[in-house]
Design a protein around this ligand. Structure first.
Ligand code: ADP
Ligand code: MG
Length: 216
């Protein structure tokens, strides 16, 4: 379970302070599929980064189950991320000189998983997201939807219980977006899925809950 209490996040850049998150109070239960919506600049990515332990909050409290994430040092946050969080970045963010299979392998290498086990997991995850036939292709040689599937497979390879996705359907046509939403819905049966989206129809149709973010 996730609990945010009076969470604030400020960015300071060139003497200018941006209050990206102003006073967020949020509870998300295990097994929920949550969609975060809001205008550009409203703080959606910032919220996802805070939830994923990728950034420290300025004030407030963040509890992940019984862990006080707000008290963690950067080093401890790294461990928190490794143990709990999988992230699908905006625009898939694949390594362009690596094949689909090699991209999915990335988190497994940093987890020191043995070669045989890695191969098994890669095949399993490619199968799960429907891209088994693309293993040896480079990202530029597959479609946007397939790139997103690869990014999801890479996230799943880490096998963490919290899956965060930043606009996974942002660059996709409507039919492909539906397929990705169906995939995320399926994944949410086993994981807590929190996604950012601009598509209100898909958010309402597939997620259990829509959270609207308005200017932080
Ligand atoms: P969204 O994802 O909803 O478009 P963001 O969370 O990316 O919004 O940004 C929220 C606000 O914080 C924006 O005003 C943005 O310019 C600012 N911001 C985001 N990241 C940084 C950063 N690293 N440094 C300074 N300002 C930032
Ligand atoms: Mg964003």
């Amino acid at each position: 379970m996730i609990k945010l209490i009076h969470v604030k996040k400020d960015y300071t850049e060139g003497g200018v302070i941006t209050n990206a998150l102003k006073d967020i109070n949020l509870e998300v239960k295990d097994g929920e599929f949550v969609a975060i919506m809001g205008a550009s600049g409203s703080g959606k990515s910032t919220l996802l980064h805070i939830l994923g332990g990728m950034d420290k909050l300025t004030s407030g409290e963040y509890y992940y189950n019984d862990e006080a994430v707000h008290d963690m040092s950067m080093g401890r946050l790294n461990i928190f991320r490794r143990d709990h969080v999988s992230f699908v970045f905006q625009n898939a963010a694949l390594m362009k000189y690596y094949t689909v299979a090699e991209n999915i392998e990335m988190p497994l290498l940093s987890m020191n998983v043995g070669k045989k086990e890695r191969k098994k997991i890669i095949e399993e995850k490619m199968e799960a997201v429907g891209i088994a036939h693309l293993a040896k292709k480079l990202p530029i040689h597959i479609s946007g939807g397939e790139q997103t599937r690869t990014a999801i497979a890479r996230a799943l390879a880490g096998d963490n219980e919290l899956l965060l996705a930043d606009e996974p359907t942002g660059a996709l046509d409507s039919q492909t977006s539906i397929q990705i939403m169906e995939l995320l819905k399926e994944i949410s049966k086993e994981k807590l899925v929190i996604m950012v989206t601009h598509n209100v129809t898909l958010a309402n149709k597939y997620s259990d809950r829509v959270i609207a973010l308005n200017d932080g």
